[in-house]
Ligand binder design. Structure first.
Ligand code: SF4
Length: 532
């Protein structure tokens, strides 16, 4: 791996939005006694946040915040609850800890040390596609850049709907287009997206068969016979190879195996066309989290849940929304540490309020060689400790440091994902620029709720007609894990036989019925669609 070392974003002492790997700097200013507004910080020629990032201030001050620890129905002192966590884990026969990966790396390393002390296995949760992309790219010889450097490119291969998943990245892509008016922008992604509007060529992969990775391989080798539309990718290598500063922008939205294969193929293509690579992850801290996990003895979630724990401490993540109800062990004692209530905290026997990760100072990696140090956006409400403070109350030692110096390729999730054969259309998740990841945080904020209160289903006209539904009508998706009601968005250009549904709704994610011995979290599945 190499990079020019100059991609670190400015304003190293600002707080950061980590709701994607752009990592925009942000400040909060007080506009009244109980009224804070986000204050933008200049960022490599850009001033602003996307709509997603602007909700951080509202979350910090949210009326539903967890403010006191509870055991069952009873309020308890935080220190007592923290001691209870250590006691419960030590008393388990197969205890485990899983911590949200959008956490500073010092805290993640401290969790790893605490896990060793109490005899628990531990894992970091990042969206499976992020994990696959990092593991597919990190140990390669790829020349990485941060998104700001995209402004210098004169040809781009973009994989995924970057304008939705990483809205501020579009600023630097537009700058490149303004400098190079004829800039080729080759897109492997869906046609009915904002990104597709600016593409000069487009290839829509089939879902669930690793085809985005195979399309990248086809650009490199010229062999397109294994692809759905063999001819479309012909000649895509030339505009990259003949450019002075070609760049590949890659994000991933599906399961681990698809994303890992994609990362491997991007790393194989880039040197042959002298392209720099800008990897984009949904979790801003995914790269730092996965390197910390690899260096600190974490195991992958598949391994953790395949041997179900009897006591499980969850820190910060809403695993039930993220992975669906079937992926969690049915019978285990749950302990929860986090800033907000969620579906999982409602089932926990012990709940301890904690600061958001953006309310603590810390470090992470936004990508390879993109280290950042950040300050708290705001102080947490009085009496709410940071996760590290809770760990210390639970008896963990202070002064544990994280090692993120080495690229990582694991711990890996085994077994490649594959679309199950069967009836119906293939359904995958779709990120939008409104909600963050599984939506468990942004659903609590007013703007995302008002703009995208219901999930949408993007599907081809022929599939919609076959299902008897029309544009803007309500439909029901029936899948292996259950049903969800969605609003249909019909696209003329969308490939028939496959659809995407809003990723940020727990009821949609449950439809997939993900399980560790079947379709793993993030993987597309077959569903049927009917009129509501
Ligand atoms: S979600 Fe990403 S693009 Fe939006 S403000 Fe946060 S870091 Fe910036």
């Amino acid at each position: 791996m190499s990079s020019d070392g100059s991609t670190q974003t400015a304003d190293a002492t600002s707080a950061r939005c980590l709701l994607c790997s752009i990592g925009c700097p942000v400040r909060a200013t007080r506009a009244g006694p109980d009224h804070y507004i986000p204050d933008y910080v200049p960022h490599a020629g850009y001033v602003g946040l996307c709509g997603r990032g602007s909700v951080l201030v509202e979350l910090a001050d949210h009326p539903e915040r967890l403010l006191e620890a509870r055991q069952g129905e009873e309020a308890v002192e935080t220190a007592e609850a923290a001691a209870g966590i250590a006691e419960a884990l030590r008393g388990g026969s197969s205890p485990a800890i899983i911590v949200d990966g959008n956490t500073d790396i010092g805290t993640l390393a401290a969790v790893g040390r605490f896990a060793a002390d109490v005899g628990a296995r531990w894992s970091v949760y990042v969206p499976p596609a992020d994990a696959g992309l990092v593991h597919g790219l990190d140990a390669s010889e790829t020349y990485f850049i941060g998104p700001e450097k995209l402004a210098d490119a004169d040809a781009m291969l973009v994989i995924g709907n970057v304008f939705a998943t990483h809205p501020v990245a579009s600023h630097w892509i537009f700058k490149a287009r303004a400098t190079h008016r004829q800039m080729p922008l080759l897109l492997i992604g869906d046609p009915a997206t904002a990104t597709a509007k600016f593409a000069t060529r487009l290839y829509q992969p089939r879902l669930g068969v690793g085809e985005a990775a195979r399309a990248v391989a086809a650009i490199r080798t010229g062999r397109t016979d294994a692809l759905a539309d063999a001819g479309v990718l012909a000649g895509w290598k030339e505009p990259l190879a003949s450019a002075k500063k070609p760049a590949i922008v890659v994000g991933a939205e599906m399961g681990y195996a698809d994303a890992r294969a994609l990362g491997v193929e991007v790393a194989a293509l880039a040197p042959g066309v002298r392209a720099t690579v800008c990897p984009l992850t949904a979790y801003g801290g995914a790269w730092g989290a996965l390197r910390t996990a690899a260096a600190s003895g974490a195991i992958c979630p598949v391994e953790l849940f395949s041997n179900p724990p009897d006591v499980l401490l969850v820190i910060g993540a809403d695993l039930e929304s993220a992975m669906g109800t079937k992926a969690l062990p049915a019978a285990c004692e749950l302990l929860y540490v986090g800033p907000m209530p969620n579906r999982l905290s409602g089932r926990a026997s012990l709940v301890v309020p904690a600061a958001f990760s953006f309310e603590t100072a810390g470090r992470t990696l936004l990508g390879p060689d993109r280290p950042i140090q950040f300050e708290p956006l705001m102080a947490p409400p009085a009496g709410v400790p940071t996760v590290r403070e809770i760990l210390r109350m639970a008896g963990a030692p202070a002064g544990v440091t994280a090692d993120v110096s080495a690229p990582c390729s694991g711990p890996e999730m085994p077994a490649a994902g594959k679309a199950e054969p069967g009836e119906g259309i293939c359904l995958a998740l779709a990120t939008d620029p409104i909600h963050f990841d599984d939506g468990s945080l942004t659903h609590l904020a007013s703007w995302p709720q008002s703009v995208r209160a219901r999930p949408v289903l993007l599907m081809a006209r022929s599939d919609a007609e076959a299902a008897g539904v029309g544009d803007a009508q309500a439909a029901v998706i029936d899948g292996p894990g259950g049903s969800a009601t969605v609003e249909v968005v019909v696209s003329e250009a969308h490939r028939a036989g496959q659809a995407r549904a809003s990723a940020a709704f727990a009821e949609v994610r449950n439809v997939f019925g993900w399980a560790w011995n079947g379709a793993k979290p993030g993987t597309p599945v077959r569903v049927t669609v009917r009129k509501a």
